[in-house]
Design a protein around this ligand. Structure first.
Ligand code: ZN
Length: 499
């Protein structure tokens, strides 16, 4: 390689080490940190963020990048081209924001999040509203720094999470999807809903844990490079060479523990699937949040909520959950896992209504960021859209506009990546089914390694080599569409609801 490339790689490798050290401290904070450690932990994280930002925005990075971009010797090295492109994107992003704005954002994010938690606990929208106003104004300033000529503010923010995606493309994807999902919800109301008794069954936490650990191991999550713990909100984070997952257990909902574990396990397999040789470079990083979410949704839903999976899983459940499984059948539990019930809370939503929750947020946050909607009218419009899309009345703001942490943390343009994840997952699952001669046959025999290795070859090992749109085209031979997702849902739910 060239001197500039080597200097860049070694300099940014250290920035990466700082970031992964922060990830470890955050993981600890969410799992094992004693209450008294919180204040110092916040200082530790702030210091690491400052050091990392200094390193990432060092003017020498700009010089090295310019040297790499004009060096003919690098133009035939696909790995180097991909890394330089990734580093360039990160550098431009980091240097476009003035440090005063970055500091103010960090401070308001932390305070707004606290205000949000209190407001939600007390169902007091008015307490949170001034913080949301302040956050919105900062996000608008941030978007103005980031946006390219002609780009809208919302698009500039969304591009941080899903490179290349914008509101116009999302509207085109979402409009027919919304109509179809609303129609599906209405059609299912005429079918036979599954019984939900298995979902309400009290089961010891130790039994639940043994069960989900067995499934995670069967998925191929490597314990040598990862671990599973508990936290209030399940998450997955990469800490250097290893991946930390968390899950949660309710006394009476083993299917929630299974779904959370398979979801985070899917994220974990993606993080474990990068090439170790590229550690610390864009080639060993996730290409986008939508693609990351596709890996979790694929395992949680296309695998974990399929009839074929339950053929394999039922004996495993019987082994670990023992007498609790008596009186139930594999067929019954498969149907329970696919119960559709329009509900108020996004994170508890089923597969058929989840994306309607996302669309409510997508519509509102665009109007907020673009200044067409003020926060005074937000709860009213939130409730109106819930009635229109999900057919339910929102009784209070706690279960309405105050339910998600995202806006208080400054995450605008983020919500659509959840639905993109669902759409990518369905398109990838259909491609895998075709390439591997039928997924159900593999799943009912527990041959998850075949699917995992296919995902690793097709998606994981590429890191940020391609854009999300290029990756989708390469893996599935087509641009992203909602058709595979709708076909999959309609087919499965017709069986579950006896339609
Ligand atoms: Zn996820």
């Amino acid at each position: 390689m060239t001197a500039a490339y080597d200097a860049l790689r070694s300099h940014l490798h250290k920035a990466h080490l700082l970031a992964s050290t922060s990830a470890l401290l955050v993981w600890d904070q969410e799992t094992y940190l004693p209450k008294g450690g919180g204040d110092v932990r916040a200082d530790q994280l702030a210091l690491l963020a400052e050091l990392q930002h200094e390193r990432a925005t060092d003017p020498r990075v700009g010089d090295w990048l310019a040297a790499c971009e004009t060096d003919a010797r690098l133009q035939h090295d696909a790995d180097a081209i991909a890394n330089v492109r990734g580093w360039r994107r990160d550098f431009d992003r980091a240097t476009k924001l003035p440090s005063k704005l970055v500091q103010e954002l960090a401070e308001v994010e932390s305070k707004a999040q606290q205000a949000w938690a209190e407001a939600r606990a007390r169902d007091d929208w008015r307490k949170f509203r001034p913080w949301l106003d302040r956050m919105l104004s900062l996000q608008q300033q941030k978007a103005d720094c980031l946006k390219a000529p002609g780009q809208s503010r919302w698009d500039a923010l969304a591009d941080l999470y899903e490179p290349g995606m914008n509101a116009a493309m999302l509207r085109e994807l979402f409009a027919p999807l919304r109509q179809a999902l609303v129609a599906l919800r209405q059609k299912l109301a005429t079918g036979t809903a599954p019984d939900d008794a298995f979902q309400r069954l009290p089961i010891e936490q130790t039994q639940q844990e043994a069960f989900v650990r067995a499934v995670l191991a069967a998925m191929g999550f490597e314990e040598r490079f990862g671990r599973l713990d508990r936290s209030a909100h399940p998450f997955c984070t990469k800490v250097g060479a290893d991946v930390r997952l968390t899950t949660r257990f309710h006394p009476d909902n083993v299917l929630d523990a299974l779904g959370s574990t398979m979801h985070e396990g899917g994220h974990g397999l993606y993080e474990q699937g990068f090439e170790p040789a590229h550690f610390g470079t864009p080639l060993a990083e996730a290409v986008s949040l939508g693609i990351h979410e596709s890996q979790s949704r694929l395992w949680e839903n296309h695998v974990g909520r399929s009839a074929a999976f339950w053929q394999w899983c039922w004996p495993v459940a019987q082994k670990h959950l023992g007498s609790k499984t008596q009186g139930f059948t594999q067929e019954q539990v498969f149907r329970t896992a696919n119960l559709v019930q329009p509900s108020l809370i996004r994170v508890e939503a089923d597969e058929a209504t989840y994306d309607l929750h996302v669309m409510v947020r997508f519509e509102l946050e665009q109007a907020l960021i673009d200044g067409q909607l003020g926060t005074g009218d937000l709860p009213h419009h939130w409730n109106r859209l819930y009635y229109e899309y999900l057919g339910i009345a929102v009784p209070d703001d706690k279960q309405g506009v105050l339910q998600d942490v995202h806006w208080s943390c400054g995450l605008f343009g983020y919500f659509p990546t959840y639905t993109l994840g669902n759409l990518y997952a369905a398109q990838f699952a259909a491609a895998a089914d075709k390439a591997l001669g039928g997924l159900p046959g593999l799943l009912e025999r527990g041959q998850f390694a075949t699917l995992r290795e296919w995902l690793r070859r097709q998606i994981h090992r590429h890191g940020r080599r391609h854009t999300p749109a290029e990756l989708c085209q390469l893996v599935t031979g087509a641009p992203l569409s909602s058709a595979p997702f709708l076909a999959y849902l309609e087919q499965k739910l017709a069986v579950v609801y006896g339609l």
